[in-house]
Design a protein around this ligand. Structure first.
Ligand SMILES: [Zn+2]
Ligand SMILES: [Zn+2]
Length: 384
């Protein structure tokens, strides 16, 4: 690891010194690199300005990462002007902390680390600490903010090499998982962060995760389908729940948003008015054209199979799959929904999937759909 950091820096010097005639800017970069090399030669970690060194306010509270070493590295930009020397970068970090704590009311600066345009690294929350930079990843990632705005501007090469050496340092110290995945903030939330130019660079870096890791599918909310209010709300007993239970509605298909919406309302009416339940029974429903509807939603106890109601997410695919198979788009939505649940801590990471008939005497979710469920990688033949 140490070798690769040194090699990378050496390569940068080589390319800078041979690619084009020296300009003052290059000379500046060269000098900074020459300063950086002794640090990397001494150990695998670059110099990190500790909180005391940059004059951090004490954190109001700290929480440890839930998953440590962190399996993810999330990269951000500060969306501020860049900083190019030690004094300016230190001030920028202090200002970011003050914005996060005093304006946003957070417990501390949001990021685990920050990197200035001059390649200097600042300890934010530091290693092993729960951050505040990307909700679904805060408990299982190291969040690193590159100071500057990189939607149209490219970060300096020294800033990128500092990012690389900080990540290597984290893996060497056992603070970042050896098989970590690198993502930009935008892959886990609706934001431009870390900017187009920086995101392009991340794509070329080792361990970059090309898939959008936390993009949840669109879910039609209760208010959007004008659900009736529930008569009672009970949370799940085990949350995140370890089971996903698949159902079918045993009704006709619905072929467009309007007909699916009508179908969902009809199911709620039946469950509340005829069955006298608190609400529609399922946590989610999926239309025949793939649209996902919020039923009871995440975290709420359902009414779909007594033995599992308090520890599962019940998903109903609209249609009668005793007489015909579901369409692929409906199955894709089921997968996207369960992935989204896991990524957001709403379904247990090690969840298993079952069909309704495994918990009650019923044909649900129909022979065709049950056959498919049985071939899913998470299928559990012996739920208990
Ligand atoms: Zn960000
Ligand atoms: Zn069912």
């Amino acid at each position: 690891m140490r070798l690769s950091v040194e090699c990378f820096i050496a390569c940068r010097i080589f390319s800078i010194s041979t690619a084009k005639p020296f300009k003052p800017n290059d000379m500046y970069t060269f000098i900074l690199l020459a300063i950086a090399i002794p640090y990397t030669a001494m150990g695998s970690c670059p110099n990190i300005n500790k909180r005391a060194e940059w004059g951090a306010q004490p954190a109001k509270s700290t929480l440890k990462l839930k998953i440590n070493p962190a399996p993810y590295v999330v990269v951000h930009h500060s969306e501020t002007p860049p900083c190019t020397d030690a004094g300016a970068c230190k001030n920028r970090v202090k200002n970011i902390q003050s914005y996060h704590m005093n304006t946003k009311g957070w417990q501390d600066i949001g990021y685990n680390f920050l990197i200035g345009g001059d390649g200097s690294i600042f300890e934010g929350r530091g290693w092993g600490i729960h951050g505040a930079h990307l909700p679904s990843f805060n408990q299982r990632s190291i969040g690193i903010c590159l100071i500057g705005s990189f939607q149209n501007n490219v970060p300096s090469s020294i800033q990128i090499s500092a990012l690389r050496s900080l990540i290597s340092c984290g893996t060497d110290l056992g603070k970042i998982d050896q098989n970590y995945r690198l993502i930009g903030h935008r892959q886990g939330g609706s934001t431009d962060c870390p900017g187009n130019k920086l995101q392009e660079i991340l794509k070329t870096m080792p361990h970059f995760e090309p898939r959008p890791v936390c993009t949840c599918p669109k879910i039609v909310s209760r208010s959007e389908w004008k659900a009736k209010a529930p008569t009672e709300i009970i949370p799940l007993t085990i949350d995140p729940p370890p089971y996903v239970v698949v159902h079918h509605s045993a009704t006709q298909n619905c072929t467009n948003l309007t007909s699916c919406l009508k179908m969902v309302k009809g199911i709620q009416d039946f469950h509340m008015d005829t069955n006298e339940w608190d609400d529609i029974g399922y946590q989610f429903l999926i239309g025949t054209e793939g649209t996902i509807f919020e039923g009871r939603g995440w975290g709420r106890k359902g009414a779909h199979v007594p033995k599992f109601n308090a520890r599962s997410i019940g998903v109903c695919l609209i249609g009668n799959f005793q007489i015909m198979p579901p369409v692929q788009i409906q199955l894709d939505s089921l997968k996207a929904l369960t992935d989204c649940g896991v990524q957001n801590g709403k379904i247990a990471e090690n969840y298993t999937i079952i069909g309704h008939r495994q918990g009650s005497a019923t044909l649900c979710p129909g022979d065709y759909l049950y056959e498919i469920v049985q071939n899913m990688s998470r299928y559990n033949p012996n739920p208990s």
